[in-house]
Write a protein that binds this ligand. Structure first.
Ligand SMILES: Cc1cc2nc3c(=O)[nH]c(=O)nc-3n(C[C@H](O)[C@H](O)[C@H](O)COP(=O)(O)O)c2cc1C
Length: 213
């Protein structure tokens, strides 16, 4: 057995205290997201883990990129026929997770997922580089495929087909809006006495509590 018992880090970069936080968690998210996005030590601040629950009752997690956030929630784009898309059809609940190690911060968001309006998906799809647009057409995301050549051949064919033509957004590709009802902010602190502030939606109001680390 290789044990990692002595592998630990002292968290001491910052603090999260009630007198300094925002009353609205999306505004608090914004403060922390901007810190992460501006930090040269964080390479993809908008990368987040999204867990969905599959039919066997087990959660499954994968990374996606946050592409927008508003007072309504958090938006990411994917293939609606993918494994996550199928899980979401059966259970629209998700957990979103951000971890920015260099800032010693994590955010855990419980949310209800819904598809975004088609015009929003169209707008984002067409803003992507053409290669990424074609990639969405090429890939039957989460399906078994015979080999890598299958993808490369399909890409070549589509590159020819759409050489001077706008690539249409496939119907099965688009965004999800994750509407939060609970958001926890975690700031690492010395001696494992970390700060945990949790916002819970009660009716239209966000209730703020501190959790023990
Ligand atoms: C940093 C990172 C960002 C990713 N962003 C996305 C994304 O925005 N949308 C997406 O569909 N897949 C994205 N992926 C790939 C997913 O993790 C995953 O492999 C894919 O969506 C299929 O997941 P599923 O089979 O669980 O549906 C990303 C992977 C990584 C590592």
């Amino acid at each position: 057995m290789e044990n990692l018992h002595d592998k630990r880090k002292v968290y001491e970069k910052s603090q999260l205290i009630e007198s300094e936080i925002k009353q609205n968690p999306i505004e608090q998210f914004r403060d922390w997201f901007l810190d992460a996005n501006e930090s040269p030590e964080v390479s993809e601040a908008n990368a987040m883990a999204v867990s969905t629950v599959e039919e066997d009752g087990c959660p499954r997690t994968r990374m996606v990129l946050l592409k927008a956030y508003t007072h309504e929630g958090f938006i990411f784009y994917t293939n609606y026929n993918s494994r996550k898309g199928k899980a979401i059809e059966n259970n629209h609940k998700a957990c979103l997770h951000f971890f920015w190690p260099n800032l010693e911060r994590q955010i855990i968001i419980k949310a209800d997922l819904e598809k975004v309006a088609e015009n929003l998906s169209d707008g984002y799809f067409h803003s992507r580089p053409k290669g990424s647009q074609l990639g969405a057409l090429v890939s039957p995301q989460s399906q078994p495929i015979p080999n890598r050549e299958f993808l490369e051949k399909k890409l070549k064919d589509l590159e020819n087909e759409y050489e001077n033509v706008e690539v249409p957004r496939p119907e099965h590709w688009g965004g999800y809006l994750a509407k939060p009802y609970e958001i926890e902010f975690w700031q690492g602190r010395p001696n494992r006495l970390h700060d945990r502030i949790i916002y819970t939606l009660e009716g239209l109001d966000w209730k703020i509590s501190r959790l023990a680390p």
